[in-house]
Design a binder for this molecule. Structure first.
Ligand code: FES
Length: 131
């Protein structure tokens, strides 16, 4: 059978970046994939509106691992607004594509990142209203 995964997907799957947990994360996002039941958690650190660190943990397939690894690399150093613009299609493009039947796996990473940012924003708003 011809290989269906790009070299980049395979490389990120074999050597995923930013796996693990952050100490005292500023935002946490968890996303489940209704198609397969897999789970993804992304944690972020934010300073001056910039994502300074990102980590992920997943109970997911190889494509979910590769897309999460890529999304953490894409998000690091970006402003919150820029990171919110990262879509599952961007992530798949950066990986030189995913097989069509695996595109649903890429929504975990992008959606978990967006939820982590949303979580950070909500925490900030809650702190602001307390002051
Ligand atoms: Fe579940 Fe890929 S098969 S995320």
């Amino acid at each position: 059978m011809a290989p269906i995964y790009s070299d980049k997907v395979l490389e990120h799957f074999k050597n995923p970046r930013n796996v693990g947990e952050l100490e005292n994360p500023d935002g946490v996002g968890v996303e489940g994939n209704p198609v397969c039941g897999d789970l993804m958690e992304i944690q972020i650190k934010v300073e001056n509106n910039i994502i300074t660190d990102v980590k992920f943990k997943t109970f997911g397939c190889g494509s979910a691992i590769a897309t999460s690894s890529m999304v953490t690399e894409m998000a690091k150093g970006k402003t919150l607004e820029e990171a919110l613009e990262i879509t599952r299609e961007n992530v798949a493009d950066e990986l030189d594509g995913l097989p069509p039947q695996k595109m649903h796996c890429s929504n975990l990473a992008a959606d978990a990142l967006h939820k982590a940012i949303q979580n950070y924003i909500e925490k900030q708003e809650a702190t602001d209203t307390k002051e």
